[in-house]
Design a protein around this ligand. Structure first.
Ligand code: BES
Ligand code: MN
Ligand code: ZN
Length: 495
């Protein structure tokens, strides 16, 4: 369980907790509450920072002894970087640093919220802080025999009593729970998450919410003409599913569609990946997990728009029944695709999902997918690629991601490159005939299935997974996109 964050107005020197966490800015500029700590140490704080070479850089922490002068049993200094650069994201990271540092105590009080500039929005800062605390405490311990779970139970956020701040802390806890759920599912080994198991996990998560769950399997996949899902799924012993979720609040006037790639394991199929290339491919359902997780909190966050979620779930395996290079699939919207590389499978299942979102008259669609290694070449492993067919809609997605603190960057969809997808025998081929710009040709492929609906595409191949503990991310699944999708649904306006 993530620690709970609550707001208290007790002064830093009197608050009772196992640990008091106070902010120190770059160049050892003391933040709120640090003066009281300095007093308790008889003015020795500067010397202490000197000895430990602590300068107040972002992410630095330093434990400081107290001699019973404070309500807290011990103090930890949290480096915040430059005071003027203190964005909500910096606060989120500081919250995570605090949570990591405090994993062996039960309660922490902190002045971090008061460290933010007075001109900034305390509710946004509080949300970021509480998200950082919860996400920084995240651990995936299910398979560890010597698991040492965090003991942290309570974080007392020192600040003026304010209903908006208290609501923001609650909001953060709902959002962080959704992100953690997505991380858990992504971190789960592929052997333990067949498409049917993901459906079971989604049902368990959504039980008790007003989300309608519909699942297509077997014959129903054929009947609905999900040719991409059936084709990619046919090589695996573990049959595909297509999950459709519906959040339909009374009085909703607009419909947002969320589409997430759900490849529970991507071996590449007959176009087999290398051993190294497969190591992290249990992560290939991160987009789908993000969609399910985001939808689970819409009611709690009082989202007003109708939101439909589409998650095609398959395992991409080589076998005697697998799809072959050169085979042709017919996608739900009738377009035919020559599959020249079975490792370009994500776009095939997303094509079916996009077609259904179009049929169901979404006002706007965003898909999220661990789609291309090429996107990682372009943007590295921390930034998602953002593409789309409608500039205002793409801008709306970008703004939501910025507010949520998830880095995305726009990439073009040059019409000139469309010819790289021309097939000898079908409407399209599933890989480019050229050598470069693989993230863009994948985007252009998807665009063929979004018809004339405003559509945006997030390629999260990089940021879906963290290669090491970093800020509020823990090595492994990050739950990237959950916060963006929630923010997007909360603020959605028909483009
Ligand atoms: N799931 C992969 C993309 C991926 C690669 C995600 C690395 C995360 C890390 C996707 O299905 C894939 O295999 N894409 C191919 C496309 C190629 C065959 C055109 C790729 O990127 O190599
Ligand atoms: Mn692949
Ligand atoms: Zn894949």
């Amino acid at each position: 369980m993530a620690p709970t964050c609550s707001l208290i107005s007790t002064p830093a020197d009197r608050v009772r907790a196992d640990l008091l966490a106070v902010a120190v800015f770059a160049d050892r500029e003391l933040g709120p509450g640090a003066e009281a700590v300095d007093d308790a140490l008889g003015g020795g704080l500067g010397e202490f920072m000197d000895e430990a070479d602590f300068s107040g850089k972002r992410g630095e922490t330093l434990a400081v002894p107290t001699n019973g002068q404070l309500g807290a049993k011990a103090v930890v200094l949290v480096g915040m970087g430059k005071r003027d650069d203190l964005s909500p994201d910096a606060i989120r990271r500081a919250g995570a640093a605090l949570a990591r540092r405090a994993k062996n105590v039960r309660s922490v009080a902190t002045t971090l919220l008061d460290a933010a500039p007075p001109s900034s929005d305390p509710a946004l800062n509080a949300q970021a802080l509480a998200e950082g605390v919860a996400l920084g405490s995240y651990q995936f311990l299910r398979y560890k025999r010597d698991a040492k779970p965090s003991r942290l139970e309570r974080v007392l956020v020192i600040g003026r009593n304010n209903a908006k701040v208290r609501a923001a802390l609650d909001r953060a806890s709902a959002i962080a729970a959704a992100v953690s759920w997505a991380r858990d599912l992504v971190n789960e080994p592929a052997g333990a998450k067949a498409p049917a198991d993901v459906v079971t996990a989604a049902r368990a998560l959504l039980r008790g919410t007003n989300i309608k769950v519909k699942v297509y399997a077997g014959e129903a996949l054929e009947r609905e003409r999900f040719g991409g899902v059936v084709g990619v799924g046919q090589g695996s012993e573990r049959a595909p599913r297509f999950l459709r979720l519906a959040y339909e609040p009374a009085g909703a006037k607009t419909t947002l569609a969320l589409v997430g790639k759900g490849v529970v394991f991507d071996s590449g199929g007959l176009s087999l990946k290398t051993a190294g290339g497969m190591e992290t491919m249990k992560t290939d359902m991160s987009g789908g997990a993000a969609v399910i997780a985001a939808m689970s909190v819409l009611a709690q966050l009082n989202v007003k728009t109708r939101v439909l979620g589409y998650v095609p779930l398959v395992e991409n395996m080589p076998s005697g029944t697998a799809i072959r290079p050169g085979d042709v699939l017919t996608i739900r919207n009738g377009k035919t695709v020559e599959v020249l590389n079975t490792d370009a499978e994500g776009r095939l299942i997303l094509a079916d999902a996009l077609s259904l979102a179009v049929d169901e008259k979404a006002d706007a669609i965003v898909d999220i997918a661990t789609l291309t290694g090429a996107c990682m070449v372009a943007l590295g492993d921390k930034v998602a690629g953002l593409m789309g067919s409608d500039d205002p809609w793409v801008a709306q997605v970008r703004d939501a991601a910025d507010r949520a603190g998830e880095p995305v960057w726009p990439l073009p969809l040059p019409t000139d490159y469309r010819k790289l997808l021309d097939s000898e025998i079908a409407d399209l081929r599933n890989i480019s005939s050229g050598s470069y710009g693989g993230a863009l040709t994948a985007g252009l492929f998807l665009k063929e299935f979004a018809s004339d609906v405003a559509w945006a595409h997030l390629d999260i191949a990089g940021p879906a997974r963290a290669s090491s503990d970093d800020g509020y991310n823990t090595k492994g699944g990050t739950g990237f996109g959950v916060r963006t999708l929630i923010e997007l649904a909360t603020t959605f306006s028909k483009p």
